[in-house]
Design a protein. Structure first.
Length: 377
């Protein structure tokens, strides 16, 4: 009988991700184009969708949890999912379970080396290369289709001046100055899966450093009787259509006014996690080049042009261990690319109020100024 290596078994069981995800995580759901299976985490309570399984492309079978996952339950492949969901004692047991599901019978025993002929090794290596090439081609096709859809949605949007997004940002004490960033637009009717209907949304274009738009970020909004225009309460208020990884939302070109691809040599880039914080930095440093990365992990994935030598990360004051780990990883990734990385954070408190991010700091500062003026009146 043949002997299969662990990577070969993992490759084969990952190909069954679509079937296994629905079986092992029955409270999850597909994304609109059915390329991901969203779920609430390994406990699978159905309350939320912070995690997902990749069902197509080069990452098929991989899963990630961006919520507050327990240690060892934040990412993995189908072997890991089998082990966690079936309560298997270790990875070896998960491999045996995978072999049963795949109908694999071999003569492997612990401690027994696999004896494959040179011809068989060559054949299997070629098959693995072909499978990898097919997955990559499928993934590239999927990325291009997502990018087209994301760009189409963004182009259907209009200026945010005088729109609900402007009212929302003003409610967060954010001033657009003479003109709001061109990367932000407004669309009155964007589909929201959780609500099952179309709702107003602020759109933000996601680009790579070469200028190609790869995605569109959506901030869903609602007009609340007491709060005015604010983030949508139903489901995830912020979502990405298309691709995000390695991309960014260009908030301000800085004093040079040039595109990122044509940035001035030595020009620093300020990067925040969220759009709102990036707009606050724009208010504070009108000559700076500023981008929003959407997530902490994505800060490390952004590849900037060679002219950029310094990256200033304007981070949230987040004490969560997972967030701190992601921040440290992103710093290390950018330092490995040769960048001089600086870290800036808002104070933990201002005027007796806790501060989480730059927008919180701005709001707290304005409240303090208002109280000071009232006391002097």
């Amino acid at each position: 009988m043949a002997v299969y290596s662990v990577p070969e078994i993992a490759d084969k069981i990952n190909a069954l991700a679509r079937e296994l995800a629905q079986e092992l995580l029955p409270n999850g759901h597909f994304n609109p184009n059915r390329t991901r299976w969203f779920f609430s985490g390994i406990p699978d309570t159905g309350n939320g969708s912070s995690a997902y399984v990749e069902l197509a492309g080069a990452k098929r079978g991989k899963w990630f949890d961006y919520g507050n996952a327990a240690p060892g339950e934040d990412k993995g492949d189908m072997l890991d999912l089998l082990q966690l969901k079936l309560g298997l004692v270790d990875k070896r047991a998960a491999i045996e379970e995978a072999k049963i599901r795949l109908g694999i019978q071999d003569d492997w025993k612990p401690g027994k080396p696999a004896q494959l002929s040179p011809e068989e090794r060559t054949r299997r290596a070629e098959e693995a290369r072909e499978r990898a090439a097919a997955r990559e081609a499928e993934a590239d096709k999927d990325r291009q289709a997502k990018a087209r859809g994301a760009k189409s949605l963004f182009l259907k949007g209009g200026p945010i001046a005088g729109s609900p997004p402007e009212a929302y940002l003003h409610g967060r004490a954010i001033d657009g100055g003479a003109k709001w960033p061109g990367a932000l637009r407004y669309h009155p009717e964007v589909w929201n899966r959780a609500a099952g209907c179309k709702v107003p949304a602020m759109l933000a274009a996601i680009y790579r450093a070469d200028g190609e738009q790869v995605g569109t970020h959506r901030t869903y909004l609602q007009n609340d009787r007491e709060r005015g225009w604010c983030k949508f309460d139903c489901g995830d208020a912020k979502m990405v259509l298309g691709n995000m990884w390695g991309g960014f939302i260009p908030i301000h070109k800085g004093a040079s006014g040039r595109s990122m691809a044509n940035a001035v040599a030595g020009e620093p880039v300020y990067v925040t996690e969220g759009i709102e914080d990036a707009l606050v930095v724009r208010m504070m440093k009108p000559d700076a080049r500023i981008v929003a990365a959407i997530s902490l992990g994505n800060i490390g994935a952004i590849v900037l042009p060679g002219a950029i030598e310094r990256l200033v990360i304007v981070a949230d004051r987040d004490t969560n261990a997972k967030a701190q780990e992601q921040l440290e990883r992103s710093i290390a990734q950018q330092q490995a690319r040769g960048l001089d990385v600086r870290l800036v954070m808002p104070p933990a408190h201002w005027g007796g109020e806790p501060v989480k991010d730059m927008n919180d700091w701005l709001v707290a500062w304005l409240k303090g100024e208002r109280r000071r003026r009232e006391a002097m009146a």
